[in-house]
Design a binder for this molecule. Structure first.
Ligand code: GLN
Length: 494
């Protein structure tokens, strides 16, 4: 071990318990790594003092033999999770001074498990985006660069800061949220693991809302075992979130190495899309071969309504967003513009100054599809399609246990490459949005690289509340892929 920042989450846990390293040593190493990673712009707020205080307490607990499951482990938290007394911006100017008086349930669960908070990670504004370029705090840069160019690449989005921080080893692991792909897509293009749990597995309480029927928190980690460990601590039923579900949270680590022998793996034919780079299909085929070689049964399935998923998502998500974001009026919540001459002017000026262009676009779309006369034509039809998309999965799961698909239609792209064309940006989520519409769990696991050395992921989609099987299949991919490449730390020299 050359530096404590090389530990995985599970590795650091074991080393702390064996007293090979202290929580304070580990935390100091990560505080240094967070500072060294500043050129990536992965953090909106660093909390080194809080981290040191938490680490001290962890060392005291470890000394007394009272270590909790994540005792002394330094994590980064997406800036969408409210953290009591620590500014929470959602990547937006409208919340640039918001210091929550309460803690989100997921982050509280992590602190209750002994984890250490390094800071809050950058993200697309209100989690709307696939590249982290809509953040009011500037873009995040992917630690990975192509072998053939020094162009700065996006880390994916919206949990781009979390993905970059994990990939740059500036934290042991991070939290993300996923409404249409925001955990899995950045994980795939940053060469890390990202898991979106079943809707209801993690409480949404204290997470700034984007689209409430789709939003779900999940772990972003260096490997599958770490995702298992972190998910267990994040998940809980919560009286403060009526959509959280009371299904026991198993020890996901226990089953991880069971392999895929006998597992029925569905391959949905609709996920073969025109125009995707040949590397994506090739990687998918390789994944199928790995699973077969390990004794899984490969089954062709059909999810016939897949082609409607993106249009459905881009009606449902903006509709819910336009409603959720109505609260930022400059009176009760959010930035208040100066010099307004009446209340309507105050609302208009505050929202125009506070929201960026993509968020404004979503509010406009959402308001339009919910407006009288258009509601039936757009919103109701989208809801019907959503049911059909969910039913596709129900039918497929009569024949198989999990599905295997690509995670993204391509690798990380250059900063600025897609900002002028929202639809090309939206297409990044073509393989992920279906899963949110159906409320299912899915993981992206690093599985290979492009010819230029950029990471690519495969996605495993599971049945509701069957994250254990998803993790087990992902672990089998991880073993077969043996993806051990690391980004060159160019940002340290910057
Ligand atoms: N990229 C998608 C969007 O912009 C998904 C974002 C997310 O999952 N939060 O809406």
């Amino acid at each position: 071990m050359s530096s404590p920042t090389d530990f995985t989450l599970a590795g650091a846990r074991d080393a702390l318990r064996a007293k090979e390293v202290s929580a304070v040593e580990l935390t100091e190493a990560f505080i240094g790594a967070v500072e060294a990673a500043r050129p990536l712009n992965a953090f909106v707020t660093e909390t080194p003092d809080r981290a040191r205080a938490m680490a001290k307490e962890s060392d005291a607990r470890i000394a007394k033999g009272e270590a909790r499951p994540l005792e002394g482990l330094p994590l980064a938290i997406k800036d969408l999770f409210c953290t009591k007394g620590v500014r929470t911006t959602a990547g937006s100017n409208i919340l640039s001074n918001f210091v929550p008086p309460y803690e989100s349930t997921v982050s509280q669960n992590l602190w209750d498990a002994g984890a250490v908070m390094l800071g809050k990670t950058n993200m697309d504004e209100f989690a709307m985006g696939s590249s982290n370029e809509t953040s009011a705090f500037g873009p995040v840069f992917n630690p990975w660069r192509s072998r053939t160019s020094n162009a700065k690449l996006v880390p994916g989005g919206s949990s781009g800061g979390s993905a970059a921080a994990v990939a740059a080893q500036a934290c042991l692991a991070a939290t993300g949220t996923d409404t249409g792909g925001s955990i899995r897509q950045p994980a795939a293009v940053a060469g890390i693991v990202g898991l979106k749990p079943t809707y209801g597995r993690c409480s949404r309480y204290g997470i700034v809302a984007f689209a409430s029927s789709l939003d779900q928190a999940g772990p972003m980690t260096r490997n599958v075992r770490d995702a298992a460990l972190l998910l267990r601590a994040m998940a809980s039923v919560d009286p403060k979130d009526s959509t959280s579900v009371d299904v026991p949270v198993p020890d996901y680590e226990a089953d991880l190495e069971r392999g895929v022998k006998g597992l029925r793996i569905g391959i949905p034919k609709e996920y073969r899309i025109d125009g995707a780079p040949p590397e994506i299909d090739a990687l998918w085929a390789e994944g199928v071969a790995w699973m077969k070689a390990q004794g899984a049964e490969i089954i062709d399935v059909s999810l016939p309504h897949t082609k409607y998923a993106l249009p459905t998502y881009y009606i449902v998500a903006p509709a819910e967003a336009s409603s959720n974001l109505a609260r930022y009026d400059g009176v009760r919540f959010g930035h208040r513009a100066k010099g307004a001459h009446d209340i309507a002017d105050l609302y208009e000026k505050s929202r125009a100054e506070g929201f960026g262009r993509e968020v404004q676009r979503r509010i406009l779309i959402g308001t339009y599809v919910l407006s009288s006369g258009y509601y039936d034509a757009y919103y109701i039809r989208a809801q019907k399609l959503r049911s059909l998309i969910a039913d596709d999965f129900t039918q497929a799961y009569k024949k198989c246990d999990v599905l295997l698909t690509p995670a993204t239609p391509g690798p990380a792209f250059a900063v600025g490459a897609k900002t002028a064309d929202p639809v090309s940006m939206y297409l990044n989520d073509v393989f992920t949005v279906t899963v949110n519409l159906a409320g299912l769990p899915a993981i992206s696991v690093p599985a290979g690289a492009t010819a230029d050395g950029l990471p690519l992921g495969l996605q495993v989609i599971g049945k509701a509340f069957d994250e254990a099987t998803v993790l087990r299949a992902a672990r089998a991919i991880e073993v077969a892929a043996n993806f051990t490449a690391r980004p060159q730390p160019w940002w340290r020299a910057a």
